[in-house]
Design a protein around this ligand. Structure first.
Ligand code: PLP
Length: 395
């Protein structure tokens, strides 16, 4: 074994506080009737962790540079295609158009498989490898399934991917070419979730649904570590994030708590802006209704497949992050998303996914409404590439 130096200590339920050993294979909180999201916790002490952050500049530019804060214990178990450490680009032309001075774009479309889903899947597949797990299943709106197929190809593991019939063609093709079993489901991602759970039981597969196992979020949280490192440990005022299942926004918020514990950032944290589609906005609606849990959104509809998630098990964690950060939620229509894609493409040279277009339009609205002020620093997370969505951008 070649030790990663992981500081992983235990798993903790984000809902009831139950503590479980991280040596056990678990998915959700096993305490009677709880079944909520488990978070890996680490032994983070300022004195010890300082050395780690001082040595970062000698490390490879991928998300495993933070391996002490990742769950994998043996280097040999890391399944990597080079994910992470995507650039934070300084925007000038889009910033000028929006009327703000400091706009940054973290371009996650440059990840393997062309979306930030690579991070979570790399982390989950690596940790599962540590447990000897070789067979996976996943329900996916598109990008997560493609990513699982790719990482399982790299690991020599088996993947079963369940996608809605109307998932982007690119995601179906990549899943197929990476050699995974692809099943198209007549319905939405939650229907795919049921199928995935059923087959997992039947065939003894490990189901890596969003936030229903503890380790995908650890890959996504590295976006928060990177934003901090790439901004020289001075965080932006706003982070604008296109939200579906919420692992990204939840992971980034978790990262900021850990970096505070490590003494790397102060308590001045970014306001988190949760962007959802007008045609599928369960969490934003719940936030504005003052609820901590969202109702299932009926007949969800949006070209942004990654945001078409009618029920999210981590709803309360997304809403907590919005509230704790003094952020807000906002809904964006498909037409506004396309407008946003055009602006990012035209003014910044980035051909982003509709999810990326949504955050451009969201920022524009928030600036026009006076929520974001002209000298605030705003960071947009472009989560994916337009090349995955050619079928819906084809007009
Ligand atoms: C999955 C996905 C999202 C939503 O991400 P969550 O972290 O699940 O909220 C946004 N954009 C793209 C391109 C995605 O694939």
């Amino acid at each position: 074994m070649s030790d990663t130096g992981s500081l992983l200590s235990h798993l903790e339920c984000t809902y009831c506080g139950n503590v479980i050993s991280s040596d056990e294979i678990v998915r959700l909180c096993p305490k009677n009737g709880c079944e909520k999201v488990l978070f890996p916790r680490y032994r983070i002490e300022e004195k010890e962790t300082r050395k780690i952050f001082d040595s970062l500049k000698h490390r490879d530019p991928n998300m495993w540079r933070y391996k002490e804060f990742m769950p994998v214990k043996d280097d040999n178990n890391i399944v990597s295609l080079g994910e992470g450490f995507t650039p934070v680009l300084k925007s000038e032309r889009l910033a000028h158009h929006l009327g703000i001075k400091n706009l940054l774009i973290k371009d996650e479309s440059l990840n393997p498989t062309a979306s930030f889903k690579a991070r979570g899947i790399s982390s989950a597949v690596s940790k599962a490898k540590e447990f000897g797990i070789r067979k996976f299943s996943i329900p996916s709106a598109g990008n997560a399934g493609g990513a699982l197929a790719a990482y399982c190809a790299k690991a020599g593991a088996e993947a079963y991917v369940f996608m809605p019939e109307d998932a982007p063609n690119a995601n179906k093709l990549e899943t197929f070419y990476h050699g995974a079993h692809l099943e198209l489901v007549n319905g939405f991602i939650n229907d795919a979730g049921r199928k995935s759970a059923e087959l997992s039981k039947e065939k003894d597969l490990f189901d890596v649904s969003t936030l229903k196992e503890p380790y995908r979020v650890e890959g996504k949280k590295t976006m928060g570590y990177e934003i901090a490192e790439q901004c020289n440990w001075n965080l932006p005022d706003y982070i604008v994030y296109p939200t579906g299942g919420g692992t990204g926004i939840i992971g980034i918020w978790k990262a900021f708590q850990e970096l505070q514990d490590a003494g790397m950032i102060d308590s001045n944290l970014p306001k988190m802006i949760c962007v959802q589609a007008t045609g599928c906005s369960p969490v934003v609606d719940a936030y504005f209704a003052g609820e901590r849990h969202a109702k299932e959104f009926l007949s969800p509809k949006s070209i942004a497949a990654g945001m078409r998630v009618p029920v999210a098990i981590g709803d309360y964690l997304i809403i907590d992050a919005i509230k704790e950060s003094n952020g807000t939620g906002i809904k964006i229509s498909d037409e506004q998303m396309i407008e946003g894609v055009k602006k990012m493409a035209n003014l910044e040279g980035i051909f982003c996914a509709p999810e990326g277009g949504a955050i451009v339009s969201a920022t524009e609205s928030l600036v026009n409404d006076g929520v974001i002020e002209s000298d605030d620093t705003v960071l947009l997370l472009n989560t994916g590439s337009a090349f995955k969505y050619l079928d819906s951008l084809n007009s």
